[in-house]
Design a protein around this ligand. Structure first.
Ligand code: 4NP
Length: 130
């Protein structure tokens, strides 16, 4: 059984694809890619089918990560049975994840900043910096 991790943001073209691709790289580097799989999706329908934002793609390329295969997709109800962790990029994403399926059980639903170690990083939903 693989552990499955889904990152969620508003558009699935900036933050959650970066989280997905960076996390996958870290998982690969730890030799855990046969045990942990990851993906990302949106709360909105704005960018379904779209590639990653060019600025985000460039940042990933600077770190040796090719994200050209990425296409935006929206969170769906079957994700709640498919994934073990569903992680929102900000407070609004987390609220949406919880509202779409408030009865979710046996999976972890969280906000990425709640897992951040150190630093004083503001939630982008409150600052508008996303
Ligand atoms: P993301 O960024 O949620 O990090 O992918 C955004 C992408 C698109 C929009 C907002 C945020 N939008 O309003 O279309």
């Amino acid at each position: 059984m693989k552990v499955k991790v889904l990152f969620v943001c508003y558009g699935n073209i900036c933050r959650s694809p970066i989280a997905e691709y960076v996390f996958r790289k870290l998982v690969d580097e730890e030799g855990l890619s046969d045990r942990i799989v990851t993906a990302s999706c949106a709360t909105s329908a704005e960018h379904i089918g779209d590639p990653i934002d060019p600025r985000s793609g460039r940042i990933l390329r600077m770190h040796g990560i090719d994200s050209s295969a990425h296409r935006g997709r929206r969170l769906k109800t079957s994700d709640y049975s498919e994934y073990d962790y569903i992680i929102g990029m900000d407070r609004m994403n987390l609220d949406y994840i919880q509202r779409l399926n408030p009865w979710v059980e046996n999976i972890v639903v969280g906000r990425i900043l709640d897992y951040a170690m150190g630093g004083d990083v503001a939630d982008p939903w409150y600052t508008g910096n996303f």
